[in-house]
Design a protein. Structure first.
Length: 227
């Protein structure tokens, strides 16, 4: 993977992650993990997703979005599911970063090392027809924006629905609710510029330390080397 600046935002921070997946043909993977409707995405789906197909996926990811989603109650019925509104690209800045990230990804593909060069950019037929795109053309910003609007997805890292200062206090206690803490990525004040696994472990470790201290428990009794 690559972390880099798109050149659109703060040049001193990375705002883009480019991930490389080497994968054979797997329709289940493409449908469930990459969120691709193969019947719309490929010119010849059975061939493209065959078990012996060779595919290289380069995923362009803006990692410091300006847009903000929300979770709201749709009903007074406690059994009803809340509404989760991602609000992708609500801030126009994010689309500018996405287009720049796609173009950086295409530059990497064009300069792929080794003797086996990558094939051409694969553009879904309906988008190619809509934008008058022919294989080998320089894709327009409009087509790349359309591409992003049709096929963007969240890569497992939602955060900040229980932000410190709003929902929980600095000791991760839920405001107005006794004996309840939250200790996961939802307490982050804002999304971090990368994967959330390690920071979430850190939050859990810090919560354990604070809870232990409040109850007079020495963590050495449970973790670390035995004396």
């Amino acid at each position: 993977m690559v972390f880099c600046s798109s050149g659109v935002g703060d040049l001193d921070r990375h705002d883009t992650e480019i991930i490389c997946f080497l994968t054979g043909g797997s329709e289940d993977f493409l449908r469930t993990i990459i969120n691709i409707d193969t019947s719309r995405f490929f010119d010849d789906p059975p061939k493209r997703v065959a078990n012996d197909a060779e595919n290289l996926l380069l995923l362009a990811n803006p990692v410091l979005p300006h847009s903000r989603g929300e979770i709201v109650l749709d009903s007074a019925d406690p059994g009803s599911q809340p509404a989760i509104r991602m609000n992708y690209y609500a801030d126009p800045h994010d689309m500018k970063v996405m287009v720049a990230a796609i173009r950086r990804t295409m530059e990497i593909a064009a300069r792929w090392p080794g003797n086996r060069k990558l094939g051409p950019l694969m553009v879904p037929p309906f988008l190619a027809e809509k934008h008058g795109y022919q294989e080998g053309d320089e894709p327009s910003d409009a087509m790349l924006e359309d591409f992003a609007l049709h096929f963007s997805l969240t890569v497992y890292h939602p955060t900040s629905t229980c932000r410190i200062g709003d929902v929980v206090d600095p000791r991760l206690r839920v405001k107005g609710v006794g004996r309840l803490r939250v200790a996961d990525a939802s307490v982050m004040p804002a999304v971090i510029g990368g994967n959330t696994n390690a920071p979430s472990i850190m939050i859990g470790e810090k919560a354990a330390e604070m809870i232990a201290a409040e109850h007079g428990v020495r963590l050495g009794n449970f973790v670390g080397e035995r004396v």
